[in-house]
Design a protein around this ligand. Structure first.
Ligand code: ASP
Ligand code: MG
Length: 441
């Protein structure tokens, strides 16, 4: 029997009862003959509380100290979990990220893993222990300072350890039963998928689905580590995320489609055309008004934004009015970076030569994702018809080969997601999706 890496999120270990429940599950896995490495997040909202505390003593806390503080959350849960396992009569040892050999670059608050040297974990396993590792943290290669991987980074820790230890599977335990066709907090009739390809999962993650972080899925795809997302509350089988549909699963059920697309022809059933509908309300929109319509303008605008180290998402440029030869350029970016971007653009105003800036954080993004849309013509029309029937106005549109995204008013997001979900026949006819706790992270 092989090695299994299990990751438990904050809502699974929110209190002493949760920790004991998780400990029993871990011990059961061990009893089934597996070697078990566990990655654990901080209990409940501990990380948020630590952030609040830091902000009370300093508006801009120093990165090094901030990371030192945040990693304390995972230290608490890892030690308690090890104690709970020992109490069940099994051997367990807890390790910080640094002790587990998680080596990162030195960018505080969003460090990247550059190497994993899990010597101590191997030794602990060989001696018969269950190894418990603090998620979301590491040690920088050059300065040997403690770093964190960014919010939700424990998933990445788990996949990185699974890759370094050549694990059979990386199980991610969370507060829902798996990956759903839409956020079950918004769509009650969302359907749990039994499998989703890395490619589709990456698009869902980058368009707002919170169940797995993009970086974690990317890591898993690079090292070909299958992820099994499941609930620590129900124990039901969850969703496999991997290159190929696992052999043990039943064959894929009939194409999930709106009836009017299905009737366009008798295509053989290969795979689901649509994987899911995701949404994101964490972005804002900036409009640069009155930009001279000449070469180099967009370059200057986006250089100013890039130099402030801001990542942008969607962009749209209006056709310039013939009389003025001026145009507007709008783009979306994380709300958290909005202030920085407005400052950077204001500084560059005389060089760029625009009239004014508009900032709008009452927007939301809805995305439809599915590898099958490459080859199925009706998808885009059905998507826009669904939005139109729901009375939703569209402000920006962007597409990739396997995704269509629109920006709408923030208030329209939930009805829009529900409408699109139904229009593609994704609504389940059986049980309502269960959310066991937490906030979706
Ligand atoms: N505790 C950290 C956070 O809340 C890391 C994690 O949960 O993965 O972001
Ligand atoms: Mg957390």
């Amino acid at each position: 029997m092989g090695l299994v890496v299990q990751k438990y999120g904050g809502s699974s270990v929110a209190d002493a009862e949760g920790i004991k429940r998780v400990a029993r599950r871990i011990v059961d896995t061990k009893k089934n003959g597996h070697q078990v490495v566990v990655v654990v997040s901080a209990m409940g909202d501990t990380t948020d509380e630590l952030i609040d505390l830091a902000e009370q003593v300093s508006p801009i806390p120093a990165g090094r100290e901030f990371d030192m503080l945040l990693t304390a959350g995972e230290r608490i849960s890892m030690a308690l979990l090890a104690m709970a396992i020992k109490n069940l009569g099994h051997e367990a040892q807890s390790f910080t990220g640094s002790q587990a050999g998680v080596i990162t670059d030195s960018v505080h608050n969003k460090a990247r893993i550059i190497d994993v040297t899990p010597g101590r974990i191997r030794t602990a396993l060989d001696e018969g222990n269950i190894a418990i590792v603090a998620g979301f943290q590491g040690v920088s290669q050059d300065k040997k300072d403690i770093t964190t991987l960014g919010r939700g980074g424990s998933d990445t820790t788990a996949v990185a350890l699974a890759a370094a230890l050549d694990a059979e599977v990386c199980e991610i335990y969370t507060d829902v039963d798996g990956v759903f066709t839409a956020d079950p907090r918004v769509v009650k009739k969302a359907r749990k998928m039994d499998w989703i390809a890395f490619e589709d999962m990456l698009e869902l993650a980058s368009s707002g689905s919170k169940v797995l972080l993009h970086r974690c899925v990317e890591y898993a795809r690079r090292y070909n580590i299958p992820i099994h997302v499941r609930s620590s509350f129900s124990g039901l089988p969850g969703t496999w995320v991997s290159n190929e549909r696992p052999q043990g699963l039943p064959p894929q059920v009939a194409l999930r489609l709106a009836p009017h697309i299905a009737s366009q022809g008798d295509r053989p059933v290969e795979q689901a055309i649509i994987s899911g509908v995701s949404h994101d309300t964490s972005e804002a929109k900036i409009t640069v008004v009155g930009v001279p319509d000449k070469p180099g303008e967009a370059a200057t605008i986006f250089r100013a934004v890039a130099d402030a180290e801001i990542n942008i998402d969607m962009i749209v440029q209006n056709v310039s009015a013939a009389a003025t030869a001026l145009t507007d350029i709008s783009f979306t970016l994380p709300k958290a970076e909005g202030h920085k971007a407005m400052e950077a653009l204001t500084r560059a105003q005389s060089v760029i030569g625009f009239d004014s800036l508009r900032y709008d954080d009452q927007i939301g993004k809805i995305s439809l994702v599915g590898a099958g849309m490459k080859t199925n013509p009706g998808v885009t029309a059905t998507f826009f018809e669904a939005l139109s029937n729901a009375g939703v106005n569209i402000e920006l549109i962007s597409t990739s080969e396997i995704r269509i995204s629109v920006v709408t008013r923030a208030d329209d997001v939930n009805p829009a997601v529900q409408a699109v979900h139904s229009a593609f026949g994704l609504d389940s006819d059986s049980d309502e999706a269960v959310v066991y706790g937490g906030t979706g992270r």
